[in-house]
Design a protein around this ligand. Structure first.
Ligand code: 6PG
Length: 243
């Protein structure tokens, strides 16, 4: 499903509303809410909105467990660090218990860090399938999402839940949830904003594209929902423009 919002502010408001609704529903149904946050810049405004009324009061933060969809292997204080952005925009301002915040920590080899985060997930979910209630994702102009980059071996990963990947164009290692894990989620929401994303958004939504060239096309939740929250600029090349 695609929802076209007027601009980034409207998109962020819609995302915050969805976050709060999913959180309340999950806690009501199962006593807890598990969410994997997206990195990059698009989600920042959503995170900021969640720290103020009405969302700060609506979200059951005490029962919320925060994970990440991916992380860049940079020092904690590096502005590229996704956990740093989420702490600054959201987590430092809401009462999520610290032991319920699970950043991807890359303080050893990327491979070891991936194994460690997978062990954390397996311990937390304590069952065969890691079913996040909500996974937030962004979309890169080259079709990557989380750190599932075109042409990388992680795209085929079916066994592991977390993988390390070397992104040559950035000269960086990253950690990422695999598509197999993301597709177990109850709801996956892409946040896509800006005119520069229009070409890739159109290509992602076109049926015939090869997912290995456009990894975002690997995201097809098995039982869960998939929502594209996009703004008008990002949607400018889509045939149907819906409110
Ligand atoms: C990351 C993100 C990545 C991001 C896209 C879009 O760590 O880089 O997880 O997948 O969502 O690159 O980034 P922007 O929102 O900054 O355009």
């Amino acid at each position: 499903m695609i929802r076209v919002c007027d601009d980034l502010e409207a998109l962020s408001l819609a995302a915050a509303e969805l976050f709060a609704a999913e959180a309340r529903q999950a806690v009501e149904a199962r006593g807890s809410f598990t969410v994997a946050l997206a990195g990059g810049s698009t989600p920042r405004r959503t995170y900021e909105l969640l720290t103020s009324a009405p969302f700060r009061e609506l979200v059951p933060w005490q029962n919320t467990h925060i994970f990440w969809g991916d992380e860049r292997c940079v020092p904690d204080g590096d502005i590229r660090n996704n956990a740093l952005m989420a702490r600054q925009a959201l987590l430092n301002h809401v009462p999520v218990p610290q032991d319920q915040v699970h950043p991807m920590v890359c303080d050893r080899s990327p491979q070891e860090a991936a194994v460690e985060y997978e062990a954390l997930l397996r311990g937390f979910f304590a069952k065969d399938r890691p079913q996040f209630d909500l996974v937030l994702l962004g979309l890169g102009e080259n079709g990557h999402t989380a750190s599932l980059f075109p042409g990388t071996s992680v795209l085929e990963e079916q066994k592991h839940w977390v993988a390390s990947v070397y992104v040559a164009e950035e000269g960086l290692h990253r950690l990422t949830l695999t598509a197999a894990v993301i597709n177990q989620a109850s709801l996956v929401v892409f946040l896509v904003s800006g005119s520069a994303k229009a070409p890739i958004l159109r290509n992602v939504l076109k049926e015939a594209q090869d997912p290995h060239n456009i990894p975002a096309r690997l995201i097809k939740p098995i039982d869960g929902g998939l929502l594209w929250l996009v703004d008008r600029d990002a949607a400018r090349l889509l045939r149907q423009r819906k409110e």
